[in-house]
Design a protein around this ligand. Structure first.
Ligand SMILES: C[S@@+](CC[C@H](N)C(=O)[O-])C[C@H]1O[C@@H](n2cnc3c(N)ncnc32)[C@H](O)[C@@H]1O
Length: 548
């Protein structure tokens, strides 16, 4: 280096130091004011300057190097990455935020602020054991001592969620007993014994890899985007729905841009066309703990494709919990849950879903055998074939489930149609049920197929069983309620209306319907997330005042 350069260097370094100092205080101010975008810009500038200065210092003659100066620069760089990570995480840009955390931790492996920030990001990405490692490491930093309470709080939360996601042991008893009111409990993501495979129904579907008994959890997964609101009257309701739909699309677009893993999975969802040609995703893709940032090739998701995907896969929060949460019948919530998007519809479903906060919980609503496809209902399955055909069309497909195939091919279609028309015209429901049961015998309909027809005419059966007058007249000529309930539950799984009728039967007749039967139905309906004692209370409440 020339003599004059050497003389100029301290002044240039001082100027750079001053510029960095100004940037640091301005960026910190923006961070405190929660102006994330702006603070990110300044931190990026600061990071460049720091790196520049560090490289200049490295090029200096080792005798002239000031080790203190270098270590200050490294500290400043570490803090800048850490703060930029914080700002990026606030904007939900988790991929870049994690990159910043890692760069900060390369400089200082136990940097407390960074470990806390990284732990929180991993926690919100449902990567519980990785988050746990971060919080444990944070405790080993001297700064951790002053923040023991905060770090321990996160550690406990992580441990609980990690256990839930590993074992599927969730307990929503208190929340359900409280009428789904209050803040929904915190949940982990969980994947039970299931696998995505080709389905005979259409495209891909989710299958059980083990026997799963009624009430057992199949999966718990968080929406990648969700939009909720209250729809007003007719016109304003339609408008509100349009605005919500637009916001929902924007949210999906944003997550897809920010997270490659999400983008990859969204691009694999069905657009409703050529489903047989769609790729079957490997299950690892649904496990956030397995770091997977795409395979280098990412299909570009254009707007048309996103719209078709959302049309086919988004679910409306229509579960009882969502209605109570919204405290309003006009409450409407729409979301996209990735793994749940691989579940096909069946009018003979074996699972049901419950919405808890941003999570959807899917549990078996009846016993499922290993190898069986897991299905839930997209629309009401306790209804007649014609109505179901109409609803399936409005979903954009023709239902190809076994029940629809059977009912479509049943030899006695004309007679069934006559019973239906009679009911539409206000014929005696008891007479209709009697005629149907008599037909079932004559047409030699057996086993599960009996349940198919009974589930289709459920409205008539339930009207008879709930009326003392009709039961007096028809009770001895039609099957006992328990037999019909069993065959209907075998077909549609546990259902709120069936459960309600059975609970009312228990209330009226005491011993006629055993409590165990009600408990089994309750388990199929609410799932094992409601524990035995709470379920007893829940159903006893129902027995006392019918408001379960
Ligand atoms: C949420 S996706 C379910 C997964 C889908 N099969 C796949 O391969 O990605 C919904 C789409 O699956 C198909 N589907 C679901 N249930 C069906 C059924 N019962 N009969 C026919 N097609 C069905 C329809 O194309 C529907 O638009």
């Amino acid at each position: 280096m020339r003599e004059e350069d050497l003389q100029q260097e301290p002044t240039m370094a001082a100027a750079a130091e001053e510029q960095m100092q100004q940037l640091r205080s301005k960026a910190t101010e923006l961070l405190l004011r929660e102006e994330w975008e702006e603070s990110i810009q300044l931190y990026s500038h600061l990071i460049n300057l720091c790196q520049d200065q560090i490289s200049k210092t490295h090029h200096q003659d080792s005798n002239n190097r000031d080790p203190d100066h270098l270590s200050k620069l490294h500290k400043s760089l570490c803090l800048s990455f850490s703060n930029r990570a914080e700002a990026r995480s606030k904007l939900q840009d988790f991929t870049q935020a994690l990159e910043d955390c890692d760069r900060a931790l390369q400089i200082e492996a136990t940097h407390f602020k960074t470990l806390l920030c990284k732990g929180k990001i991993l926690l919100s990405l449902n990567r519980y054991s990785n988050a746990l490692d971060c919080f444990k490491a944070a405790l080993s930093d001297p700064q951790g001592n002053g923040n023991l309470e905060i770090v321990n709080g996160y550690l406990e939360k992580c441990k609980k969620l990690e256990l839930q996601s590993r074992t599927g042991s969730f307990d929503l008893s208190d929340w359900v007993l409280n009428g789904f009111r209050g803040k929904p409990p915190e949940l982990a993501e969980f994947i039970g014994p299931v696998l995505v495979k080709r389905s005979e129904i259409s495209g891909r579907g989710l299958f059980a890899t083990k026997n799963i008994d009624a009430g057992t959890l199949v999966l718990v997964t968080k929406a990648i985007a969700i939009e909720r609101g209250i729809l007003g009257g007719q016109d304003s309701g339609e408008n509100a729905q349009l605005v919500m739909w637009k916001n929902f699309i924007d949210k999906v677009k944003e997550v897809v841009t920010k997270c490659q893993r999400t983008q990859l999975l969204v691009s694999m969802l069905s657009t409703g066309e050529n489903e047989e040609e769609l790729e079957v995703p490997e299950m690892g893709l649904f496990r956030p703990e397995i770091e997977k940032n795409g395979n280098g090739f990412l299909e570009k998701l254009d707007m048309d494709k996103i719209l078709s995907i959302l049309d086919v896969n988004s679910l409306v929060e229509e579960a009882v919990s969502a209605k109570v949460l919204g405290k309003n019948s006009d409450f409407y919530g729409v979301g996209l849950w990735l793994l749940a998007s691989f579940i096909n519809h069946s009018c003979n479903p074996n699972s049901r879903r419950l919405h808890v906060g941003d999570y959807v919980i899917v549990h078996a609503s009846r016993d499922i055998k290993a190898g069986e496809e897991i299905t839930f209902m997209y629309f009401d399955t306790l209804s007649l074939l014609d109505k179901r055909v109409e609803m399936s069309k409005s979903w954009g497909f023709n239902c190809r489930c076994k029940r629809c195939k059977f009912e479509d091919g049943v030899c006695s279609k004309q007679e069934l149609r006559e019973i239906e028309i009679g009911l539409e015209k206000g014929a005696d429901v008891g007479g209709a049920v009697y005629r149907l049961e008599e037909g079932i015998r004559r047409w030699a309909v057996r086993g599960k197929e009996k349940g198919y027809l009974r589930a289709s005419f459920w409205a008539a059966y339930s009207a008879v069983y709930s009326s003392d007058r009709l039961m007096k007249r028809w009770g001895r000529r039609i099957p006992a309620m328990e037999a019909v309930v069993d065959s209907v539950v075998e077909v549609v799984g546990s259902d709120e209306r069936v459960l309600k009728m059975v609970v009312e039967g228990l209330k009226k007749n005491g011993g006629m319907v055993e409590f165990e039967r009600v408990m089994k139905l309750g388990r199929g309906f609410y799932g094992k997330v409601v524990k035995k004692q709470a379920m007893r209370n829940l159903l006893e409440i129902g027995i006392q005042d019918q408001s379960y």
